[in-house]
Design a protein around this ligand. Structure first.
Ligand SMILES: NC(=O)c1ccc[n+]([C@@H]2O[C@H](COP(=O)([O-])OP(=O)(O)OC[C@H]3O[C@@H](n4cnc5c(N)ncnc54)[C@H](O)[C@@H]3O)[C@@H](O)[C@H]2O)c1
Ligand SMILES: CC(C)[C@H](C(=O)O)[C@@H](O)C(=O)O
Ligand SMILES: [Mg+2]
Length: 359
C-alpha cells in the first residue's frame, strides 16, 4: 500500500479551473490503475481569492501548499483585475507563492510530437528532432527587484531594478547542468552580457560552474540571437538555462515549436522534492468559459509531478504515452486542430486521455 500524497489544488482564474479539472481526472485514473493514493485539497488563489478574501495569496492557501507534497496550479489573472494596484493583482500572488515556497527553478520542456508538426508554423524539416527544455530562474531578476516611481527631469518616471547574486546564478546553473547530464549533455546559457551587468555576472558564474561538468558542451548565446535561433535551428538545443524574464519570453516562443502554448507543461522546484506544477500558459480570458481550452499542458504537468516529486515513473509514462496515442489518432482541441470544425472540447480531450492510460 503506497503512502497518501497530499496535493494542494489551486484552479485559479479563467481556463485554470477547467484544465485542472481534467488533470484531477488523471489523478483519479492513476489511483485506479496503479494503486497510488492522492489526497487533494482546493485553495483560493489569484483573482478569485482577491474577490473572496481580498488578497491573491491568502495565508490559508500558502499554509495549505506548505503542508502538501506538491501543488497543482491552473492559471491566474484576467481583465477584471488588470487595473488593480500591485497588491491586488493575481500575478502578484503568483510571484509571491513562487518566492514563499522557494521555487527558484522552473523547468519547461518543449518536445515536439511528430503528429503535431502540422500545427506548428515552422516547416516539419526544421522541427525534426526538436526536444528541448527551458530552465528558467524563477525567484530573482527584474521580477523581484526594487520597483518605484519618481519625479525625473522630464516628469514622472518608473524604475524596475534587476539584481542577481552569485549564489542565485550558481544554483540554477547547477540544476541546468544536472538536467543536461541526464539528456543530450548540451547546455545553452542565454544572457545579454553585451549590455547587462547581471548578465556579465551570469556568464562568469556559468563558466565557473561548467568546470564541474566537463562532459557538458556549453554554448553562450545572447537572448536576441537565441530568440531567432529557436526558430531557425530548434533541434540544435537540448537544455537552455536563463534568467527569469528571458525564460518567460523564450518559453512562450518554444511553445510554438510544439504547436500551441496549450501543450507546454512546467515544474517549479526548490532544493528538495517538493514542487509546484502548472501549465506555462495563462488564464486565456479570450476563450475562458467556452470549454475549448487544451488540457494537455496541465495533464503533462501531472506527469512531471509524478516523475520529479513522487518518483512515480510508471504512472508518468502512462500519461505521456496516452497523450501521444490520443494525438496520433488525430484528436485535437481547437488550438492544435488544422480542421477547427472537428475540434474536441476540453473534457472530451481529457476523457480520451484517461481512457488511453494503461498500466
Ligand atoms: N502562470 C499563470 O498563471 C499565467 C501565465 C501567463 C499569463 N497569465 C495571466 O493570464 C492572463 C492572460 O494572459 P495572456 O493572454 O497574455 O496569455 P495566455 O497564455 O493566457 O493566452 C495567450 C493565448 O494563448 C491561448 N491559450 C492559452 N492557453 C491555452 C490553452 N490551454 N488552450 C488553448 N489556447 C490557449 C489563449 O486563448 C490566448 O489566445 C493575464 O492576466 C496574464 O497575466 C498567467
Ligand atoms: C503571469 C506572469 C506573472 C507569469 C510570469 O511572468 O512568470 C507567467 O507569464 C508565467 O510564465 O508563468
Ligand atoms: Mg509567461
Amino acid at each position: 500500500m503506497s503512502e497518501v500524497k497530499k496535493i494542494a489544488v489551486l484552479g485559479g482564474d479563467g481556463i485554470g479551473p477547467e484544465v485542472v479539472g481534467e488533470a484531477l481526472k488523471v489523478l483519479q485514473k492513476t489511483e485506479e490503475l496503479f494503486g497510488y493514493k492522492f489526497e487533494t485539497e482546493h485553495g483560493l488563489f489569484g483573482g478569485i481569492a482577491i474577490d473572496e478574501k481580498g488578497t491573491p495569496l491568502p495565508q490559508e492557501t500558502l499554509d495549505l501548499c506548505k503542508s502538501a507534497d506538491a501543488v497543482l496550479l491552473g492559471a491566474v489573472g484576467g481583465p477584471k483585475w488588470d487595473n488593480n494596484s500591485k497588491e491586488l493583482r493575481p500575478e502578484t500572488g503568483l510571484l509571491g507563492i513562487r518566492k514563499e515556497l522557494g521555487l527558484f527553478s522552473n523547468i519547461r520542456p518543449a518536445n515536439v510530437f511528430d503528429c503535431l508538426k502540422e500545427a506548428s508554423t515552422l516547416k516539419p524539416e526544421v522541427l525534426e528532432g526538436t526536444d528541448l527544455i527551458v530552465v528558467r530562474e524563477l525567484t530573482g531578476g527584474i521580477y523581484f527587484g526594487e520597483k518605484f516611481r519618481r519625479e525625473g527631469a522630464n516628469g514622472e518616471e518608473a524604475v524596475d531594478t534587476c539584481a542577481y547574486s552569485v549564489q542565485e546564478i550558481e544554483r540554477i546553473a547547477r540544476q541546468a547542468f544536472d538536467i543536461a547530464m541526464t539528456r543530450g549533455k548540451k547546455l545553452a546559457s542565454v544572457d545579454k552580457a553585451n549590455v547587462l551587468e547581471t548578465s556579465r555576472l551570469w556568464r562568469e558564474v556559468v563558466i565557473r560552474v561548467a568546470e564541474e561538468y566537463p562532459e557538458v558542451e556549453l554554448e553562450h548565446i545572447l537572448v536576441d540571437n537565441c530568440a531567432m535561433q529557436l526558430l531557425r535551428r530548434p533541434s540544435s538545443f537540448d537544455v537552455i538555462v536563463t534568467e527569469n524574464m528571458f525564460g518567460d519570453i523564450l518559453s512562450d516562443e518554444a511553445a510554438m515549436l510544439t504547436g500551441s502554448i496549450g501543450m507546454l507543461s512546467s515544474a517549479s522546484l526548490g532544493e528538495g522534492s517538493f514542487g509546484l506544477y502548472e501549465p506555462v500558459h495563462g488564464s486565456a480570458p479570450d476563450i475562458a468559459g467556452q470549454e475549448i481550452s487544451n488540457p494537455i499542458a496541465t495533464i503533462l504537468s501531472v506527469a512531471l509531478m509524478f516523475r520529479l516529486t513522487f518518483g512515480y515513473h510508471d504512472a508518468a509514462k502512462s500519461i505521456e504515452d496516452a497523450v501521444e496515442e490520443v494525438l496520433n489518432a488525430g484528436n485535437r482541441t481547437t488550438d492544435i486542430a488544422v480542421d477547427k470544425s472537428k475540434a474536441l472540447s476540453t473534457s472530451q480531450m481529457g476523457d480520451l486521455i484517461i481512457a488511453a492510460m494503461k498500466k
